[in-house]
Unconditional design. Sequence first.
Length: 679
Amino acid sequence: MRCRTAHGSVVAILLGLFVLVPRSSGAATDAGAVTLDAHAEIAAVLYAASATQAAVAKSADERLRRQQERIKVLAAELKAGDGRHRAEMIAAQESFVAELAQRDREYAAQIAVFRNAVNDIASTPDGAKALERFNAGDEVGAIAILDKLRSTNERMRQAQAKLEDAADARRIARLALEAKTRGKLTTAAVILRFEEVVQLDPGVFLDWLELDRLYQDAGRLSDARKAVESLAAAARDDVDRALGFSELSDVLLAMGDLAGARAAAEQSLRISRRLSAADPKNVELEFTFSHALITFGEVARRQGDLATAEKSYAEEISIARKRAAADPDSLRVRRALCGDLLHLSDVLIQRGDLAGARTALEETLTILRRMAAEDPENIVHQRQISVSQMWLSDVLVSLGSFAEAQKSNAEIVAIATRLTAADPGNAILRRDLSYGYNKTAFLQRIDGDFEGSLKSYERALQISRDLARSSSAALDVRQDVGTGLADVANLKLLKQDFDGARQSATESVAILRNLSAADATDATSRQFQASALYGLGATLAATSDPSGARKAYEEGLALDRALATKDADASDIQNDIALGELGLGKLLLKQGDAVAALKSLEHCLEIRRRMAALHAGSSSTERAVAEVMRALVDVPGSKISWADFGTQVKAMEARRIVWPSDRGWLEEVHRRETSGSAP
């Protein structure tokens, strides 16, 4: 090994690319030697590159300094003619460059460009010899190489400039994201900015994370899926990988791949639980673990595994409360606790724990309203208030607090209308507005305003149809179309538009049947399908198709009973079974099969009384009991009398939980008591 000549060092200085380093001695004599010499020359030229030396100068890493010293020692030995450590020298130079590239992204981008050019030069025997001459200072023999290096150096400068441009674009994009939070920019506008950033510099995990979530907000799930793949490729460590699996789970859940979503959520939970346990004081690790718990709970809830979902949510809320106690003024901590309580309330509602759900929701709203008062321009807080009111509105209706429910619903619609107008491309906000119209429709139905209710349901359905037209529409959005059609069918039936009701119900069942068939683990779609089948059964019975009606009721009951075997305590499933039995019982009575009708209706009553006992004071469960009792008074052999029915509705009236549209029941009872005969 001999050192570079003085003349060669002048060339290196002029190029601005190299510093003096030892190189291998001897020309290649065969193909194997060419490969070995090329290897050595490439290692030397990359180590000697000014980009390498400049990056080292910026670094204060002691390990790199020690490696440099070892390379100097080896260089001295080789210069003295001791070739025993030649292979170690090559390996040391390569290891040094590789480790430096891991630590410095800017250097990694530059040296990658340079490496490609040098590898290209050294890929043939003549090229390897030329590189050797260049390292030795033979300018005449290396003119062509110098030209290539000039071009390569320019590309290196371009790569560096590109990263610098990306850094500027990133700063602006994050300001744009903040402007979106304040309602000053649309989702579409911010997406364009982050798309520019990742095009300039695709290697930053957080850029892909923001873009993925923006795509989800816009309902662009195919793009979100691709962003998640890029996010995973840019992951630097297990913390990033855990968060990446959570994001993958969210996207797959939205796309309807529940099995894939659960597998990804379990991966995230496993990694983040291990990391958090190993470093319990690390706040970022704890937040990653929290996100994994919520993601896993969401998938489990969708699959009908409510016990697992509630356990996951409860574990997270315990963590969140400890954070809140330690740092009560932290915006991030308070926002996370609100999200956790909202998820928990969802499960509690499904389980029928209305008191627990109301407590959780009111705590959520208290926190959110305080945050909104502190930062009135922040639309995230406003939107979360609207979402929390959606759940609270349902709870208030069940508790008979109709006026409070109307007040909550008015706030939902007002917020969603304002936010949607400011950001019309945001699918999440548009879906919020459709929910507001749905809940408006339900309250109008309670009041007996069937015409107004139908119009509100149709407005909600139109939004859902518009959102579902996208080729990457979320599972929930497609489901919204199916359930929205079922709602419309029920109102048309109440208005005695039997043909219209049948058409809407048929389409509803077809959509929900397809969603159920797409994923055997999707318990939620099966439950909605069963409910839609009951609606279809009612319309078929009203249009003189008793056999079709019976088939619809029995299919729906089979679906609900299968779901109940997995979670017998799920109140919503039990209520659905009772609904199916009520419809079937009425149909059988109409067909003259009083014995079978009595059996179905008594089973319905047994379930509804059990639900009413579990959820005392609920207007929904008490009304359900009254509804089936009213049907039973007309069935031969029934043990339910007009007096029993009267006692039920009078008790409801005393507690002020009778729906205004059901006051006809009280009038029936009054006429019966006055005349002494059935009305």
